[in-house]
Design a protein around this ligand. Structure first.
Ligand SMILES: [Zn+2]
Length: 91
């Protein structure tokens, strides 16, 4: 029997690299965030450090950079593969 993940908590998943509050923080192009992020077309990179963002985003001087925080709001589809097997192993 598979354990159901409790998605009623504020942050149901503590991801690797997440801060104490369960949010993952990163850096991205300010123009991408301001003009395109809300369209959620999955073409925007988020970098774990400011240094990496500056190194890999050649538009940084022109566009600017923002620090963002990401958190899970809701699990909308339960896993049936690897994550579900990990949860079963915890029993
Ligand atoms: Zn840019």
């Amino acid at each position: 029997m598979r354990k159901t993940i409790d998605n009623t908590r504020a942050n149901p998943i503590k991801a690797l690299g997440a801060d104490e509050d369960g949010k993952i923080r990163g850096y991205m192009c300010l123009t991408d965030y301001e003009c395109e992020m809300g369209l959620a077309d999955c073409r925007h990179s988020i970098y774990p450090t400011l240094e990496l963002c500056l190194e890999l985003r050649q538009c940084a001087d022109q566009c600017g950079i923002v620090k963002i925080a990401i958190e899970v709001e809701e699990i909308v589809q339960e896993p049936t593969g690897y994550l579900a097997e990990v949860e079963d192993d915890k029993k």
